[in-house]
Write a protein that binds this ligand. Structure first.
Ligand code: SF4
Ligand code: SF4
Ligand code: SF4
Length: 272
């Protein structure tokens, strides 16, 4: 039963958020939204525990498609980082600000970058590409994320400073164009660097939030040194170049871990 503690904790956290927001905002949507996401993640972890091969991909599709198609395209909510800035500037704690607070700013203190492994609609597509483990050494291009982060902030700030009309319509178009650009750049980089997650490592502006917060994550991969035989299989399958055999918080690329569990699945000694 011990192995089911984590999915239950995650479900309880999501339900707590769902009920709190439903009652405080008097909006039933929040109950549906966070319950749906929590149950999808719960289901995925249960499938993983039961060793179902495609468990993570199922959660990615359940949550990613829901957010991209239903929230983004049908409900016209910009859930990209521009949407976060937009709601922040308008001073409204709604949609993207709530999403960012839960999934990308405070949530990572508990579940690290679980968002990146299980829910992101950009990675949902990138993970179908052929380079599941990087075929080239990591590049020193992480600085680009600060440029894209600043660009997204400046773009939205400029709309407000210039008193642009129809900002909501612009935000919807920005969502569509932004996603097309993310997919295009992500796919090109994946093939150029032979690494499905190159976009996540170098370009994604959201990692400016995710990396520092996930440093303190409660949920993290740990190595049982008594069982480990230093075979190195875990590092070979890691899509994010993490040194998961080092238990310190300062492990190599520690804030890159997306909790995909590939290392755990491939360890011959059950040391992770
Ligand atoms: S790094 Fe960015 S693009 Fe990659 S999975 Fe995380 S949020 Fe999505
Ligand atoms: S795969 Fe397992 S045994 Fe091999 S190095 Fe990694 S943790 Fe150790
Ligand atoms: S393989 Fe292990 S260390 Fe690497 S990202 Fe996945 S869970 Fe994290």
């Amino acid at each position: 039963m011990k192995k089911y503690v984590l999915p239950v904790i995650i479900l309880v956290v999501f339900e707590a958020v769902a009920v709190t927001l439903w009652l405080t905002k008097d909006n039933l949507f929040y109950l549906f939204n966070f319950s749906y996401i929590g149950i999808s993640i719960f289901l995925g972890i249960i499938l993983f525990i039961r060793k179902y091969k495609h468990a993570r991909r199922i959660v990615q599709l359940l949550v990613g498609l829901y957010m991209l198609v239903y929230l983004g395209i049908i409900s016209r909510e910009n859930m990209q980082i521009e949407g976060f800035w937009y709601y922040l500037f308008t001073g409204v704690f709604e949609a993207a600000t709530i999403h960012y607070a839960v999934a990308k700013i405070f949530g990572p203190l508990i579940f690290g970058r679980g968002w990146c492994g299980f829910a992101c609609w950009t990675a949902m597509v990138l993970d179908f590409l052929p380079y599941k483990t990087p075929k080239q050494p990591r590049k020193k291009l992480g600085w680009i994320r600060y440029v894209t982060f600043a660009a997204s902030l400046l773009f939205v700030a400029a709309l407000f400073l210039t008193h642009t009309a129809n900002i909501e319509r612009i935000m919807f178009r920005a969502f569509l164009i932004g996603n097309i650009l993310y997919y295009a750049v992500g796919i090109i980089l994946a093939f150029a660097f032979k690494d499905n997650r190159a976009f996540c490592k170098y370009i994604c502006p959201i990692t400016v939030f995710l990396k520092p917060m996930s440093y303190f994550s409660l949920v993290r991969i740990k190595c049982d040194k008594d069982k480990c035989v230093d075979c190195g299989k875990c590092k070979k399958v890691c899509p994010m170049n993490v040194d998961m055999t080092d238990n310190s918080r300062k492990r190599l690329n520690g804030t890159e871990c997306i909790l995909c569990m590939e290392c755990v699945k491939n360890c011959p000694k059950d040391a992770l």
